[in-house]
Design a binder for this molecule. Sequence first.
Ligand SMILES: [Zn+2]
Ligand SMILES: [Zn+2]
Length: 80
Amino acid sequence: MLELRPNCECCDADLPGDSAQALICSFECTFCQACADTRFHGQCPNCGGQLTARPTRVGQALVNHPASTQRIRKPHAACA
Ligand SMILES: [Zn+2]
Ligand SMILES: [Zn+2]
């Protein structure tokens, strides 16, 4: 099951589990749409893999299986 990290690890924008603005790589590195587009051009800065739209978890599913609350920040050259 996806971890659904709660924030962009670059700019710390909130990305709730039902947000359509979240992108992830295969390791679940998580970014907002703006960072993925303008800073990383669709490529994960950690692993080099493709960033793709994170599937949303909505309604009762999100209630029963809440998103992670552990905020993850990582320094990237493009975030400065
Ligand atoms: Zn961001
Ligand atoms: Zn990655």
